[in-house]
Design a binder for this molecule. Structure first.
Ligand SMILES: [Zn+2]
Ligand SMILES: [Zn+2]
Length: 374
């Protein structure tokens, strides 16, 4: 073993330190002991490997939990399960550790390491107008990307890889487990058979770095809340040159003052005067495209009547045509009348017939006849 020092002590952090503290502690120490800064200094190199190894454990919530639970010694034993000295600075001991302490990982199925970078989610809020027209926009997100200096290989440019000592270049190791000998991918080289000689100083051998990325995004017309736009390969870069994951933009469409939306249909309430309701006419309202939409009001329309304008709703997402606009008519009774108006309306009232207003004028009669039948 290279070290018997507790990982927390190595990184000079409290046992209760959060991920951020651990990360910055590691960065600070890695800078100090990096082989590039200490050429020919074997102690610094050993220290660098040790802190990298400690960080490799503590940055992973599952490994850290297992480390806390089983202690340093058990962890190290598990890590060197190959029996051939294991313990390179950049080894991922997850595979072996998982086999031995399976329960600690909740499941214990030792699947392969993730080959692809993680998918990412980005939430975006837009207006109903923007959902109507579609929109070209740009977003900035911090994503881990393939490291440029080493092209994702993790090796310092100009340096190479060498055969893995742990597995002798076979990519597999045999380990005694009770009475069994099990063969599994080499924990040092992850089955590649080779290891990085000098880790890339830009990415510390990870092959990827966090970078702010500006992305052009085209939002197609017709998106609604819940629509996901997938940007293939724009998620996290994969480890050591593996393919990147995808980025998903989750759309949220803000509530609109005038229009309510249901799929491709738009709904709105339109108040009209009682004279317009009686005489008929038109009303105009501003559409989402900025054009005025004219709605014909048939004479004698009742409050609550829904008038449908076909093709004046939302565009169909990635399709043709548009949904409908549904106008909910609200008849407004004058709240105040001049004496002249009152006179005119009284005169009008004299001439009202039951045929014109069957509901209102026949109402009490229907109730009376109902009583009579009892
Ligand atoms: Zn190996
Ligand atoms: Zn690099």
């Amino acid at each position: 073993m290279e070290t018997e020092v507790d990982f927390y002590e190595l990184l000079e952090v409290e046992r209760s330190a959060d991920d951020k503290t651990i990360k910055s502690a590691y960065r600070k120490l890695a800078m100090r002991f990096h082989p590039d800064r200490n050429p020919g200094d074997a102690d610094a190199e050993a220290r660098f490997k040790a802190i990298s190894r400690a960080y490799d454990c503590l940055k992973d919530p599952q490994k850290r939990a297992a480390y806390d639970r089983f202690g340093h010694e058990a962890y190290e034993q598990a890590a060197s399960g190959g029996g051939q000295g294991g313990g390179q600075g950049f080894s991922d001991i997850g595979d072996i550790f998982e086999t031995i302490f399976g329960s600690a990982f909740g499941g214990g199925a030792s699947g392969g390491r993730p080959r692809r970078g993680a998918d990412l989610r980005y939430d975006m809020e837009i207006t109903l107008e923007e959902a109507f027209h579609g929109k070209d926009t740009e977003i900035s997100i911090e994503v881990s990307q393939t490291c440029e200096p080493c092209s994702g290989s993790g090796a310092e440019p100009g340096t190479g890889k060498r055969g893995c000592d742990t597995c002798g270049g076979f990519g597999k190791v045999r380990a005694q487990q009770g009475f069994f000998v099990v063969e599994r991918p080499c924990p040092t080289c992850h089955g590649r058979g080779e290891v990085i000689e000098t880790p890339c100083s830009a990415c510390r051998g990870e092959g990827r770095v966090d970078k702010v990325q500006n992305l052009d995004i085209t939002i197609p017309p017709g998106v609604e809340t819940g629509t996901r736009i997938r940007l293939s390969g724009k998620g996290e870069a994969g480890p050591q040159g593996a393919p990147a994951g995808d980025l998903y933009i989750f759309m949220h469409v803000r509530r609109h003052e005038v229009f309510e939306r249901d799929g491709t249909n738009l709904f709105t309430k339109v108040p009209i005067t009682f004279t317009k309701a009686a005489l008929g006419g038109t009303v105009s309202l501003p559409g989402l495209d900025g054009e005025w939409i004219t709605v014909n009001i048939p004479a004698g329309v009742q409050s609550g009547k829904q008038l449908r304008k076909r093709g004046d709703g939302m565009p169909v997402l990635q399709g043709r045509g548009r949904g409908d606009l549904v106008v909910d008519i609200q008849v407004e009774t004058p709240r105040k009348l001049s004496s002249k108006q009152k006179e005119l309306l009284r005169e009008f009232q004299q001439s009202e017939t039951k045929a014109q207003c069957p509901d209102a004028m026949g109402f009490f009669e229907r109730i009376k006849s109902g009583w009579g039948k009892r």
